[in-house]
Design a protein around this ligand. Structure first.
Ligand SMILES: *Cc1c(COP(=O)(O)O)cnc(C)c1O
Length: 230
């Protein structure tokens, strides 16, 4: 199927379930993004700052840019003027920098806290204890130019449906618990970002309301390395 058909089919299915589609366009050329754009897609996700900045400059201004990859504090300034949602926040230090850069740009930046839900060895994301510690942090609670919209998680890369389902279930439980405990007054804590091409059906079944799909829209990726400038 073509990019256009993929977008149309997925949008139809996801709209019916009230699930937001973020098209993960990392490593893909602007021409591919424009095809998806012409088919009505507006939310795109990247995992590298430099690549996202270059694409933002070249592409239509009504695109919503989502950062889904690990973010270093010293790179926040490049995306602060335009980023729509940062999915991968994993420390108070990073939140303080996002807040500072958001203030400079006279805006409030929406963020998700990335939670570590796999058994795999991964450097990124907060475990449960770290998540609670962050939510209780006095400095975090003072920040005015960031808004926590919800949680994000990446399931284990495995063929075992059982494992993936349990991980998504656990993240949904955590999301509900955090919402009633820390965001009871805030309707804006409403995004649960879970599910990629291989597991999004399971994620939706378990309560996801935002899926991040790359290869099921654009086809397989060939790895490409972007040089990052400071
Ligand atoms: C690459 C990536 C995706 C999309 O992966 P696909 O398997 O191509 O759908 C989703 N989320 C994150 C965080 C990614 O890095």
């Amino acid at each position: 199927m073509s990019i256009k058909e993929n977008i149309q089919t997925l949008k139809k299915e996801l709209d019916a379930k009230n699930v937001k589609l973020v098209a993960i366009s990392k490593t893909k050329p602007n021409e591919d993004i424009l095809v998806a754009y012409e088919a009505g897609q507006r939310a795109f996700g990247e995992n590298m700052v430099q690549e996202m900045v270059e694409k933002e400059e070249a592409l239509p201004k009504d695109i919503e840019w989502h950062l889904v990859g690990h973010l270093q504090s010293n790179k926040v300034k490049y995306i602060a003027p335009f980023v729509s949602l940062i999915h991968s926040v994993d420390s108070v230090k990073l939140l303080k920098e996002i807040d500072k850069q958001a203030l400079k740009n006279k805006r409030v930046i929406d963020c998700l806290l990335q939670v570590y839900i796999t058994d795999e060895d991964s450097k990124f994301g907060l475990d449960h204890a770290e998540l609670i510690e962050l939510l209780r942090d006095e400095e975090f609670r003072m920040l005015k130019n960031i808004r926590i919209r919800g949680l994000m998680g990446i399931a284990t890369n495995t063929d075992s449906e059982k494992v993936v389902k349990e991980e998504f279930y656990e993240l949904k439980m955590l999301f509900d618990g955090v919402k009633v405990t820390y965001f009871r007054q805030e309707d804006s804590f409403d995004i649960l970002s879970m599910g990629m091409s291989s597991d999004f059906e399971l994620a939706i079944e378990q309560g996801s309301n935002l899926v991040r799909l790359g290869s099921s829209i654009f086809g397989k990726r060939v790895t490409k390395h972007f040089k990052l400038k400071d």
